[in-house]
Design a protein around this ligand. Sequence first.
Ligand code: IVH
Length: 677
Amino acid sequence: MTDSATQAEVLQLRTQLREWNYRYYVLDDPSVPDAEYDRYLRQLQGFEEQFPELVTEDSPTQRVGSKPLSQFSQVTHEVPMLSLDNAFDATELVDFDRRLRGRLGEPDLAIEYSCEPKLDGIAVSLLYRDGILERGATRGDGTTGEDITQNVRTIPSIPLQLRGDGYPQILEVRGEIYMPLAGFDQLNRRALEKGEKVFVNPRNAAAGSLRQLDSRITAQRPLEMCCYSVGLVQGGQLPPEHAAVLDCLHRWGLRINAESQVVTGVEACEQYYESLAERRDSLPYDIDGIVYKVNRLDQQSRLGFVSRAPRWAIARKFPAQEEMTQLLDVEFQVGRTGAITPVARLEPVFVGGVTVSNATLHNADEIERLGLRVGDFVVVRRAGDVIPKVVSVVLDKRPGNSRAVEFPSHCPVCNSATEREPDEAVIRCMGGLVCAAQQKAAIKHFASRRAMDIDGLGDKLVEQMVDEGLLENVASLYSLHKDQLMALERMGEKSADNLLAALAASKDTSLPRFIFALGIREVGEATALNLARHFGSWPELVAASEESLLDVDDVGPVVADHLRQFFDSTSGMAVAEALREAGVRWPDIEIAAESVLPLSGQTWVVTGKLELMGRNEAKAALQTLGAKVAGSVSAKTHCVVAGPGAGSKLAKAQDLAVEVIDEITFVALLEQHGEKK
Ligand code: IVH
């Protein structure tokens, strides 16, 4: 038997945990560090283990999932779950508004609309009786769905018990369960690491996670629910406007979409569409359009329904981010280090706002994972400004004459043999700088902004010069003559002079840029910087043993090996020496004690979209100032730079009371330290 003091303590722990949960998952406004939450939760778990009679269904401990079901049972939706009509452009929306005004018999009325992002997830119904979550169900065909109560109970943004008071005795809440993009990326990254199947998009990941018969699996998936309407309501009254109903749901502890807005008249709907379309790519979740709903419930009931959809609502779709098209061929591109990348040649298709005719296929493993054959119909995804990707094969449509993708045994550019190193997914051309493709890529890299920064030496020009036999390697750039340049197509005297001047100017560089520009395998900008700082001069670096290379931050055995291979190769060192003879120079670096740099000893995190500078640029600038740049936020993080769309990392930072600054403040700080963007 438990005494009343213990019972009171258990109740108090539960109330506190629910409150923190609500602040974290529903208001996006965490109030205590994770560790504090965990301590309370463990304390509650301790009591419940000791006194099992105190365990209740709605205790915050009951979210870890329970024993697997053999199948889902069916549920009937007393109030059917409807779908929405679509408007594919502004005119269709204007027609919709005109129809409504006509039907309401008030042709001059400016209708009040609730505008809401259309989340791309799974429609779900939650049934609360006396404020306690009794049942969760999928939409199914609108009348009959599946009982997924065990699974929805594991989702932290779904209250097991409503907050406050005034809710109807029976309240059926409807909304969308979805997987935020950050969680989706992390889930897929882990699956890839373990060699497991990845999900093609966040929607499928959400659907797959909800369809689990074992709710312990669902409990580990980063799902959220956002509510957008009510179904069955008994024993209580709700306000007479849709937006006010949503506000009630929010007060009772349910998550609603913070982007929703009530506007008057169809022009304002269009403005809402424009402004959200612009921000679509920086939202932390996928949306596929906007839903417009007549806000006044009396007007809704006057308008009524047609078959499966209400007359008072419509979905304005965004351009699709996934489309189907046919794989015409697979071609092979040779990169700077000889890596051969398969590229899908596609029947052009309009997706994510642009026409896509190529998509990377990464490597042979990826092709195998997709089960891809030439001639297949494939789903192509282009979300945001991310490069287009083939996400799946539509097996039902596989043509009879499809053929396997064959990797070349010889380089498609220079015909040298190809090799696949053990434990590596990549196949490489072994031609080295004999291979024109590798030559071109190496020169493009050398000239690029973050390397030697040679103004006016674009990709096309490099290709042309290599094809004309003017350039063999990066060093030959510095022996180009004006007449050679002027003989090139579309090259006038002025451009030739400009290019020569840019080449001359690029000779004054820094040691980190020089190291990076050489294009040594796996040596990126950050590693180049660490190497330069550690060794201070080129001769010191070249003479460094593999062992002392390993002392450098970021340098592991693989990188150390690539570095030694480069320094030991006659061809690599001949190019480096030729560059120095051509006059490429830099000041040696004083090997400063780390603490001398302004941000030494600090760890920074960059998250969200940066608009003034790229994220890589931001990271490089931070490293130049001595900071370490980490991928995740912890108590040791000194500061987080957060741009629009920042999600879980920002929340974590706020949770841990880590300083957060926006991009403008960040750029000001860089300028203050002489690191201009
Ligand atoms: S209202 C009676 N609001 O879109 C209206 N639906 O094709 C029923 N959806 O199945 C839906 N966000 O899964 C509504 N803010 C939102 C929504 C939304 C996403 C989904 C929902 C529904 C589908 C309609």
